[in-house]
Design a protein around this ligand. Sequence first.
Ligand code: NAP
Ligand code: MG
Length: 399
Amino acid sequence: MGKIKMVTPLVEMDGDEMTRVLWGWIKDILIKPFVDLKTEYYDLGLKYRDQTDDKVTVDSANATLKYGVAVKCATITPNAQRVQEYNLKSMYKSPNGTIRAILDGTVFRAPILVDGITPYIPTWKKPIVIARHAYGDVYKSVDGLAGSGKAELVFTDRDGNKVTKAVHDFKGDGVVLAMHNTDKSIESFARACFNYALDMKLPLWFSTKDTISKVYDGQFKEIFAKIYENEYKEKFEKAGIEYMYTLIDDVVARIVRSEGGIVWACKNYDGDVMSDMVATAYGSLAMMTSVLVSPDGIYEYEAAHGTVTRHYYKYIKGEETSTNPVATIFAWSGALRKRGELDNLPELMNFADRLEKATIETIESGEMTGDLVGLFKKDGVKPVKLSSKEFLTAIAKRI
Ligand code: NAP
Ligand code: MG
């Protein structure tokens, strides 16, 4: 049988350390034997980012705007120690931050579930996807110490007119904080959430605290409601999924009682906190995928974890490691499926399904990487720890 053909190339963003090693193996063992792989390759490995003064990162994001679908390997975000280690010309910004700023997207994190690894909340049978707004609020705030005196919030319009609101009349020491968001960013966030929910055919829940923060959180609620009514209501009804707005405390209670199978849209801080809670409850960071969705329907798939540095240092010493490639495999399958959908290639979409199914079946039959062995409990199946390469080979046999 011939290999599966592609039409439009995927934007391929290579990365660093152990995940870069896994990247090559995944392509060689799991993809290229089955698919006539077409990619436009960008090397986001730190060495090449440095050689190009980080231009390659910007180029890869622009290529994503052009083609619509990218798959990204984990990359190092340099700190002072990395500047030394790689002898860098500059302490480059996080590639994810650069790409996000160009694509203007929202990040969705979803767990990969397998039979045998039970979430700490055992009623969760289906994935809970957290959609985190990644702009503003307390992450772009101004704060300071206050002494005895008045704290005020002043807004000056372009003509110089001022509106002043009293924050607090301090009788002693205290603290103040001011934060903001923009309608444009909230609108992008809303559209990305509605598009993703439609894509996954999952209901969307959005939560804020608008009973307390009547204007600020109220604006989020209003913008979501307006965009839903005008642009998505019919599509949601046709897809048979619901959009629900409710208070954050209410969602927390409902989520714990739920079976999962929900996209939960969170404001920036709520998403930061809740995504770690949800990820931990599902068992392992190495089983968590992440996709950036732009309001114009552009997709960039990746694993939620980093470059697994500790394993890489073992690898370069010649040791075999048992690093978990599952989230990176799912980044590839997600991107290939989306490419298949956009180019109307049912065979490619089918391959993505087969690849994911083979990966899950391999684990469920007891063959897995070391990080999962301690979490795995299934009657009649004894978990066996494989090296990354053995695990990939075991998956390939099942495709
Ligand atoms: P990390 O690479 O996610 O690894 C943290 C630890 O989690 C590992 O040491 C390992 O634990 C475990 N782990 C993570 N992924 C695993 C996998 N696939 N298989 C098995 N175990 C896994 O995070 P980090 O050490 O904080 O960061 C390393 C580098 O990654 C940094 O340079 C950072 O900038 C970068 N980073 C990139 C991204 C991204 O590109 N999206 C995200 C986060 C971090 P054990 O060592 O106990 O086995
Ligand atoms: Mg966090």
